[in-house]
Write a protein that binds this ligand. Structure first.
Ligand SMILES: Cc1cc2nc3c(=O)[nH]c(=O)nc-3n(C[C@H](O)[C@H](O)[C@H](O)COP(=O)(O)OP(=O)(O)OC[C@H]3O[C@@H](n4cnc5c(N)ncnc54)[C@H](O)[C@@H]3O)c2cc1C
Length: 410
């Protein structure tokens, strides 16, 4: 089979690949995108059916295209997000080849040699846009042969998919909180294991949370505050967007638990940290309110005051007297959903471009290997980097670097 030569190869056609393509197009840089499945595959098959975007459509979009028929304050359903990226690919004429997987990447004399499921490609530049949330992970607490169905949140689709019975959701970030609420609303008995988390207000003083992230400069933070690198964030666009409030979940019948710690003989043990985790989440919530109030005062803005936002419901019984030990069978728990996040996986790249934890070494997506780039990673340049809104701006920088490099080697 003949070897194909391209200037710049983008691997992955989610939002990160498309953003890079758009910016390369603007600079007239020839490129090709390989996508092993379909455009925006993660939004199609690694998300549950009812998922809506976490940010309103005025925000969770690229500057070059809107969600024109939608109310700007609405949250786009998953399938609409897929449509959006497919339409965007058409609008920018993205040179995407779907159904082709990059299986290995190594250095070549003039760039990189990429083995694909459809032959070999030599590229001067390679942009890895293979996903911020690549490989689902969950702690090995409950053995796989325990008498309970266990799935990761990326395999969760809807309540009907699960066996009859109660459900234990472990992890209370955006995925865990939303899935637990959906299951409760479908009539399931739900247990939710709540670890350390941030839970910002959905709206405050008439502005959405993401508006505040922008106004307060939080989206542009370049490094996480020490100790907060792994704190999950519980936000939701479901039901038109509501603040995630675990006390309210409990008042509606959900049982909250601390962090899952161990398993023996059909029983799961939980840490006694639930109250602390809830209170730390409150503190995070209140700190955003404080910063927002200070911003309003400093800038003389006319935004309606909202004193009620500072009132919390009383702690529910499951927080006051936490359950530390749960017998799965006695509680009728037939499913555990691990909403415990993802890790990156670049095992297919045979390059010395990673640190001891397997994370890419780079500056704003520009790796130490000339011609190799990463895009879409958490904190690539700042907090917004792995989100729809942020990746577009990061891709501009990466494309500029590529264009400059090609100009030098031409
Ligand atoms: C549950 C969940 C909900 C989220 N909701 C939001 C939200 O509402 N708003 C927001 O801004 N962000 C959200 N995010 C974060 C982020 O926007 C998404 O994860 C988004 O899909 C990341 O885009 P990406 O292009 O970086 O990666 P992906 O969308 O994962 O795209 C990577 C693409 O690369 C392809 N690929 C991978 N490996 C190869 C290979 N070797 N060869 C060829 N192709 C390959 C994959 O098939 C995939 O299509 C969410 C994340 C999760 C997990």
């Amino acid at each position: 089979m003949s070897v194909e030569h391209v200037d710049t190869l983008i691997i992955g056609c989610g939002q990160a690949g498309l953003a890079t393509s758009e910016h390369l197009n603007r600079r007239g840089v020839p490129h090709l995108i390989l996508e092993r499945n379909r455009i925006a595959e993660s939004w199609r098959t690694a998300r549950w059916d009812s998922l809506v975007a976490n940010g309103p459509v005025w925000h969770d979009r690229f500057p070059s295209m809107g969600f024109d028929e939608m109310d700007p304050d609405a949250f786009a359903p998953r399938d609409r997000v897929v449509e959006y990226f497919v339409a965007l690919a058409g609008q920018i004429n993205a040179p995407v080849r779907c159904g082709v997987e990059a299986t290995s990447l190594e250095k070549a004399a003039d760039g990189f040699r990429v083995q694909t499921s459809d032959g070999e490609i030599i590229a001067r530049n390679v942009v890895a846009a293979t996903g911020a949330f690549q490989k689902p992970v969950f702690p090995a607490i409950v053995p796989t042969d325990a008498p309970v169905t266990q799935i990761h949140s990326h395999r969760y689709r809807n309540p009907q998919q699960l066996p009859e019975g109660a459900v234990l959701v472990i992890g209370a970030g955006s995925s865990g909180a939303q899935i637990a609420e959906e299951l409760m609303e479908a009539g399931r008995k739900v247990y939710l294991s709540v670890g350390p988390h941030d839970r910002p207000p959905r709206r405050y003083r008439g502005k959405d949370f993401v508006w505040w992230l922008g106004a307060l400069g939080i989206w542009d933070t370049t490094t996480p505050a020490p100790g907060t690198e792994h704190v999950t964030i519980a936000v939701s666009g479901a039901h038109g967007g509501r603040t995630v409030d675990f006390r309210k979940f409990a008042a509606r019948g959900m049982t909250l638990l601390g962090r899952a710690e161990g398993y023996a003989d059909g029983r799961i043990t939980f840490a006694s940290d639930l109250k602390n985790n809830i209170e730390m989440g409150d503190a995070n919530y209140l700190s955003l309110l404080d910063r927002a109030d200070a911003y309003v005062a400093e800038n003389g803005l006319d935004l309606p005051e909202e004193p009620d936002a500072r009132n919390f419901d009383p702690d529910p019984a499951c927080v006051v007297n936490p359950i530390l030990n749960l017998d799965l069978s006695e509680e009728g728990i037939t499913t555990i959903i691990w909403a415990t996040g993802y890790v990156q996986d670049f095992g297919w790249m045979k390059l010395d471009a990673f640190d001891e934890k397997g994370r890419p070494v780079h500056q704003r997506g520009v790796s130490e290997i000339p011609g190799l780039y990463f895009i879409g990673l958490p904190w690539l340049s700042r907090r917004a980097s792995s989100f729809i809104w942020g990746v577009w701006h990061d891709a501009d920088y990466v494309a500029e670097h590529i264009a400059g490099r090609l100009a030098k080697v031409a």
